[in-house]
Design a protein around this ligand. Structure first.
Ligand code: PEP
Length: 255
C-alpha cells in the first residue's frame, strides 16, 4: 500500500480578525512549526492571509485560502484570484465547501472551473464533497459523492492529479457535533479511492490524500485516522483554538 503522509488542514471560515489570526498562528507555529511527520495547512479568511503568511515563513505549516475565483483578474467585484493567493504565498485552496454550495449557489461546474484555475496556478485544491442528511437517508450518498467528484475533477490531467486533495465532508456532520462512524467514513473514502483509480489509474489514486471533515476532534480523530483510506482531516471548529488543533496534528503524527 502506498504510504501517504497525513494532512491536517484548518478551515477557519469567517472567524478571526487579522490580529486574532496572527495570535493563533503564532501559538501554532510555536507548537507544531517544525512538524514534518504530518502536513499541516491553515486556511484563514482572506483578510488574514498576509499576516498569517508572514508568521508561517520558515515553518513547515502551509497557507491555504477558503475559496477563489476562476479568472485571474477582471471585473468581479469582491472576488479574489489564484494569482493573488499565490502572491501571498498560499499553496492550497479549499474548493466546493458545502457552505459555498449551500449559501452561495456554487455548482459542480463552477467548482470545476475554479479547480482547473487553481491547478493552472500551482495551487493545490482541497476539493470538498459530501451528502446532506436527506441524501444519506434516501440512500444516495455514493451517487452524490460520485457526481460531485467526477464533475469537480472534469478535465484534470493525470500529470496534475497528484496535486489534488479530496475532502469527504458529510454535510450533516459539519459543525453539528455529529461525526460519521468510522465505518460510514471509510466506506465513502474507499469508494472515492475507487473512483480516483478509474479516473487516473491505481498508482496515482494511491497517492491522493482523502481527508475526512465533519466535527473531527482530538477525541474521535485517532479512530478515524486509523482507517486505511482516511489520510487526514479538514477541521472547522476545532481549528479555531490552538490546543485542539495541535492535539489533532499530534494525533495524525502518531498514526
Ligand atoms: C468544515 O467546515 O470543513 C468542518 C469540517 O467543520 P467542523 O469541523 O466544525 O465540523
Amino acid at each position: 500500500m502506498a504510504s501517504r503522509k497525513k494532512l491536517i488542514a484548518g478551515n477557519w471560515k469567517m472567524n478571526k480578525t487579522s490580529a486574532d489570526a496572527v495570535a493563533l498562528v503564532q501559538e501554532l507555529v510555536g507548537a507544531i512549526g517544525r512538524q514534518v511527520d504530518v502536513d499541516v495547512v491553515v486556511c484563514p479568511p482572506f483578510t488574514a492571509l498576509e499576516g498569517v503568511g508572514k508568521v508561517l515563513e520558515g515553518s513547515s505549516v502551509k497557507l491555504g485560502a477558503q475559496n477563489m475565483h476562476f479568472e485571474a483578474n477582471g471585473a468581479y467585484t469582491g472576488e479574489i484570484s489564484a494569482p493573488m493567493l499565490r502572491a501571498l504565498f498560499a499553496t492550497h485552496v479549499i474548493l466546493g465547501h458545502s457552505e459555498r454550495r449551500a449559501y452561495f449557489g456554487e455548482t459542480d461546474a463552477l467548482v470545476n472551473k475554479k479547480l482547473l484555475a487553481a491547478l493552472k496556478n500551482q495551487l493545490r485544491p482541497i476539493l470538498c464533497v459530501g451528502e446532506t442528511l436527506a441524501e444519506r437517508e434516501a440512500g444516495t450518498t455514493l451517487k452524490v459523492v460520485q457526481t460531485q467528484l467526477e464533475a469537480g475533477l472534469d478535465g484534470v490531467s493525470k500529470e496534475l492529479a497528484s496535486s489534488i486533495i479530496v475532502a469527504y465532508e458529510p454535510v450533516w456532520a459539519i459543525g453539528t457535533g455529529k461525526v460519521a462512524t468510522t465505518e460510514q467514513a471509510q466506506e465513502v473514502h474507499g469508494f472515492i479511492r475507487g473512483l480516483l483509480t478509474k479516473l487516473f489509474g491505481e498508482a496515482l489514486a494511491m497517492r491522493v490524500r482523502i481527508l475526512y471533515g465533519g466535527s473531527m476532534k482530538p477525541a474521535n480523530a485517532p479512530e478515524l485516522l486509523a482507517q486505511k483510506d482516511i489520510d487526514g482531516g479538514l477541521i472547522g471548529g476545532a481549528s479555531l483554538e490552538a490546543r485542539s488543533f495541535v492535539d489533532l496534528v499530534n494525533a495524525a503524527a502518531a498514526k
